[in-house]
Ligand binder design. Structure first.
Ligand SMILES: *Cc1c(COP(=O)(O)O)cnc(C)c1O
Length: 244
């Protein structure tokens, strides 16, 4: 990932330091947009980082973490615990991993099909889980990301969620294509916000979370209304993809 390398903060900076400056940037971006800083939560994306590194982030104050893969997250969640932390699944969820995901994660941000919704509802009943917050991942086009529901699929997907007792729709999420210039991603963020506003009543809180913005563009996302920003590189440094 090219952007991960260009964005890598100096190695000597501690995670505590990076966390503090990241929080400060989030606060400034929220204020600049006339929003309350408390309305933007940081999801620390800890994929490809080990337990010791994540623990440093916990000590610095991070409470919500994002992981892409159920299998990779398993050991981390078991070691670090689910309370007071909140673990978000932000990567594509395969059917055969859904049961484990229901056991491990507080929030699943990558729901993208009616089939998956029905499976999650069934698994929650089996696992005696009274509620599971989910976001629908929307594929806003522009690139073959392969994951996410298309805008055309949203009505059926939301209908299936409204029929659920345990699976609760709390917001929308997107992973737009990467642009060198973060400004270029703004229309995608705006589109997601419009969709969220359009479906306002479908969300559990009657408002809806917006999960959008990563290391290189979270400030633009906050300006466009993000309530959850998913930041990895700016907090943990570049990920080492060797052997992937
Ligand atoms: C990896 C990842 C992130 C974080 O990306 P950074 O550029 O490292 O901040 C956010 N969201 C998703 C879905 C990811 O896969």
């Amino acid at each position: 990932m090219l952007q991960a390398q260009t964005l890598q903060p100096p190695a000597k900076e501690s995670i505590a330091h990076r966390y503090a400056s990241l929080r400060e940037r989030i606060v400034q971006a929220a204020r600049g947009a006339g929003r309350a800083a408390e309305d933007v939560r940081l999801i620390a994306v800890s994929k490809m980082h080990d337990v010791a590194t994540i623990r440093e982030a916990v000590e610095a104050g991070a409470r919500e973490f994002g992981e892409n893969r159920v299998q990779e997250a398993e050991e981390k969640i078991e070691t670090l615990g689910r309370e007071p932390l909140r673990w978000h699944l932000i990567g594509h969820l395969q059917a055969n991993k859904a049961k484990r995901a229901v056991q491990l994660f507080e929030v699943i941000q990558s729901v993208d099909s009616v089939k998956l919704v029905e499976r999650l509802e069934r698994l929650c009943a089996e696992e005696n889980r009274a509620r599971l917050s989910v976001l629908v991942q929307v594929d806003l086009g522009g690139e073959a990301t392969k994951t996410g529901a298309s805008v055309a699929e949203l009505p059926d997907l939301i209908k299936s969620l409204q029929a659920c007792e345990r699976v609760r729709l709390t917001g929308l999420m997107c992973v737009p294509p990467f642009f060198e210039n973060a400004e270029d991603v703004r229309p995608f963020f705006r589109r997601l916000r419009e969709l969220r506003d359009e479906w306002r009543e479908a969300f559990e809180d009657g408002r809806g979370e917006l999960s959008m913005g990563m290391s290189h563009d979270f400030e633009v996302a906050i300006e466009e209304g993000a309530t959850l920003v998913r930041v990895g590189t700016q907090l943990f440094g570049a990920r080492d993809y060797k052997g992937e």
